[in-house]
Design a protein around this ligand. Sequence first.
Ligand SMILES: Nc1ncnc2c1ncn2[C@@H]1O[C@H](COP(=O)(O)OP(=O)(O)OP(=O)(O)O)[C@@H](O)[C@H]1O
Length: 342
Amino acid sequence: MGDTILDVKNLKVHFDLDEGLLKAVDGVDFTLKRKQTLGIVGESGSGKSVSAQSVLRIVSSKAKVEGELLLYRAAGQEPIDLAQLKANGAEIRSIRGGDIAMIFQEPMKAFSPIHTIGNQIIEAILLHHTTNKNEAKKIAIQALRDVGMSNPEQRYDQYPHELSGGMRQRAMIAMALSCNPSILIADEPTTALDVTVQAQVLDLINALKEKHDTSVMFITHDLGVIAETADEVAVMYLGQIVEYTDVDTLFHGAQHPYTRALLESMPSVAKEGRRLKAIEGTVPTPINMPKGCRYYTRCTLAQDGVCNVDDIEMVPVHEGHGVRCLFAEPSPKGEGEVAYGK
Ligand SMILES: Nc1ncnc2c1ncn2[C@@H]1O[C@H](COP(=O)(O)OP(=O)(O)OP(=O)(O)O)[C@@H](O)[C@H]1O
């Protein structure tokens, strides 16, 4: 467990709705290693955000959360099971923002419009770091400088609406990192930004991760972002992880038909002159799901009577590479691409 900082075991998040039981997350396992970035990728509705919110215990109070969320604060120490903490108790509140911080797609979700950027950043620092206001202000200004804000002293006194979208994103990252968290959860932080600013923010997150030895859980629907940030990747579909591997194998030896379809819909992967292939259909709502493979309704390899009979288990095809598909084959690292579809 030495290099593991977060170990998520059999996480289930279910919502009991009038229409039926919605299984937003249904038996998810992953480990986040120290100083590494785990990318979680999948289309909208696959359960990425709900998984992340469960770690911080900020998922809606209507959700039923089961499983283990083991946080190893230091190597060799007994873990804390975040799933066992009271959702609004003192312990999880001290972990939120202290050990684990989160950034979102929309920074206005993180900031209140009626307080200055500086006052909001020092609030967290005063809670987790120091009770001295002058010292907290110095840390906040340094954090703004670290994320590349020009005139950080002036930014400190500005309101969120006075900054551009990219600047607000940087300010949110400064707030998240001002308490030096060991884990940063980034939920689509660059989706709303134009391409140039997106690249700058990704570079910034990667640089800060190296500087502060932070572990990052990076949630995105974009494999391009995964290529830029992740060491390991979990591909999610309808509440389950369908493929789990290191980033090189993802791009050169993916086996799950869903991962392959995502790759084929990615601009730089599509061969020259070939049209991008959109994935047919949409992600169904995970209510009253039939037995069998969750991807059955959209899969080009689906076989009636084979794939829609029993729930599909994750098959280890190589050390550190798991695939939830009956057609997965054991493969030496990186050779799945050759085996698949031949
Ligand atoms: N508070 C809630 N009540 C009921 N259902 C919810 C709630 N929050 C999320 N869901 C459902 O859970 C499923 C997973 O949602 P989630 O937001 O985790 O997906 P996602 O992969 O992060 O997609 P997106 O990128 O669109 O946020 C979806 O079917 C969603 O409608």
